[in-house]
Design a protein around this ligand. Structure first.
Ligand SMILES: [Ca+2]
Ligand SMILES: [Ca+2]
Length: 90
């Protein structure tokens, strides 16, 4: 009997594409920039245990120009940070 390499969980991990869409949904003021508060709400919706902490870490990771917010050119890094955490569809 061959062992399966797939994990036993039935939940699907979110792709980077899906994560990007989720983050942009939380751009509530539609300025194409994600503030710490918007990112916190996005992590909250992803089911993060400490959304405030994740928001801080995500901004630290992605905020290349150090203005404290994540713009569209930095979004890919925020998405890859969230992707590494392995959030899945609830
Ligand atoms: Ca915004
Ligand atoms: Ca920035």
């Amino acid at each position: 009997m061959r062992q399966t390499i797939f994990p036993k969980t039935t939940s699907l991990s979110l792709t980077e594409d899906q994560l990007r869409k989720i983050f942009m949904q939380f751009d509530v003021d539609h300025d194409s920039v994600l503030s710490r508060d918007e990112i916190k709400k996005a992590f909250d919706s992803l089911g993060a245990w400490f959304p405030g902490y994740r928001a801080n870490c995500g901004i630290n990771y992605a905020d290349a120009n150090r203005d404290g917010v994540v713009d569209l050119s930095e979004l890919d890094d925020l998405v890859s940070y969230a992707h590494k955490l392995g959030y899945s569809i609830k």
